[in-house]
Structure formats: structure tokens, C-alpha cells
Design a protein around this ligand. Structure first.
Ligand code: TYD
Length: 206
């Protein structure tokens, strides 16, 4: 595996997509080849799984099923999209990865981190991220910034207590894993993007 695998994590509305887009524009200007992708989804089969997971009518879905569907979408996306890109030496920027499953299903749903590690063991063993950037903004502040939750999205519809548990889960993951770096998001989106760019520089990723 020659390329580098960078994952972005955060609560709903934390600005991951905006930050990835700004970073991608900057990398393109500098001639740094890279791939932007996302989870759940990023490939045809995985996008189909995504629509099942996020469909607000699937209220009967049990927590274990939800976690397994995320894991299924993940391994498909890794096989079809991420692995070939890394094999060709590309820098891969992925919007959400296995830490989302730890935070949302492991901590917030209460399934526990052992179960999440078990069903994602192949992803964890074969495709550990080189660096994970956690956009550190509380769910309350993030929802205020994006003017409320998207009620058509089964995950965003969960109450604030759920999203608080997600946030606390992320903070614990960051405390326990050196690969996860917290990015403060108090400034403008451009300041946050400078921080991210500098982190990638100082860790030798770019
Ligand atoms: P998305 O619309 O992509 O949210 P965001 O823009 O905030 O990234 O939807 C992805 C949703 O899936 C989001 O609520 C987080 C959730 N999720 C999990 O619960 N577990 C996972 O493993 C992943 C990858 C995402």
C-alpha cells in the first residue's frame, strides 16, 4: 500500500464536507493527486446500502443490523474504491470511516467497541488510516450553525442526547488513539482549513 489514507470525522454539521472540498481545491492547485470519497457510500453498491440505512421509514431497523450495514458498505467501498487508489499511490481523503461506527453505533447506540471492532476487523487490520482528523465542534453548536437537523435522514432525526453521546464517544476515541487528531473549529472555515493543511504538512502526508 503506497498511498496515504486520511479520514475525516465529526458530528452532524461539523463541516467535514466543506473542509474536504476546500482542502481538495488547494491540493489540486498544488498538483497533488488525490481522491475524495465518503462513507457510507462512495461506490454503486455501497450507495445502495446507504439509502437503506438512512431511509427514515426504516424505523424497525435494529442497532446490530445498522452496524452491520455500515460495515458491509465499508468493506465494499474499501475493495472497490479505496484499495485500488492506495495501490496506485494516491492520497485518499475519506469523509467518515470506522470511527463513525465506534462513535455512533459503539458508544451512542451502546453496542460497545468490541462488537464494532469485531465486525470491522478486516477494515481495521488491512486499512488503518494514516491520520484521522476529528472536527471538534459540539452537536449543539453544529446544529445551530446548520439551522437544525435534516428530518428526512434517519440518523439526523435522533435526539440531541444521542448526538451528545456520539460527541463524547469521539472525544474518548481521540484520547485513546494517537492517530486521531482533534481540529478546533472555532474560527472561520478558512482558518480551520489552514489548520488541517498544516497538520497534513507537519505529519509528512503532503
Ligand atoms: P451523511 O449525510 O453523510 O452525514 P454527514 O454529512 O454528517 O457525514 O450521513 C451519514 C450518517 O451516517 C451520519 O449520520 C453518520 C452516520 N454513520 C454512522 O452512524 N456510522 C458509520 O459507520 C458511518 C460511516 C456513518
Amino acid at each position: 500500500m503506497k498511498g496515504k489514507f486520511i479520514t475525516f470525522e465529526g458530528c452532524e454539521g461539523s463541516g467535514k464536507s466543506t473542509q474536504i472540498r476546500l482542502l481538495s481545491e488547494r491540493l489540486t492547485k498544488e498538483g497533488i493527486k488525490h481522491l475524495v470519497t465518503r462513507e457510507p457510500g462512495g461506490s454503486d453498491v455501497a450507495e445502495q446500502i446507504r439509502t437503506v440505512i438512512l431511509n427514515k421509514n426504516n424505523s424497525a431497523m435494529c442497532d446490530e443490523c445498522e452496524a452491520l450495514l455500515y460495515a458491509a458498505a465499508r468493506i465494499q467501498h474499501l475493495t472497490e474504491i479505496v484499495k485500488p487508489a492506495l495501490d496506485s499511490g494516491m492520497l485518499v481523503l475519506c469523509d467518515r470511516y470506522v470511527d463513525s461506527s465506534f462513535a455512533y453505533q459503539g458508544y451512542a447506540r451502546g453496542l460497545g467497541t468490541d462488537f464494532i471492532a469485531e465486525i470491522n476487523s478486516r477494515a481495521l487490520k488491512q486499512f488503518p488510516p494514516d491520520l484521522t482528523l476529528f472536527l471538534d465542534i459540539s452537536p449543539k453548536a453544529a446544529f445551530e450553525r446548520k439551522h437544525g437537523a435534516d428530518l428526512n435522514d434517519r440518523m439526523e432525526r435522533q435526539g440531541m442526547e444521542f448526538h451528545d453521546r456520539v460527541y463524547k464517544g469521539y472525544k474518548e476515541l481521540a484520547r485513546n488513539n494517537r492517530r486521531i487528531v482533534c481540529v478546533q473549529c472555532g474560527g472561520t472555515k478558512f482558518e480551520t482549513n489552514d489548520n488541517i493543511y498544516n497538520l497534513l504538512k507537519s505529519s509528512g502526508i503532503i
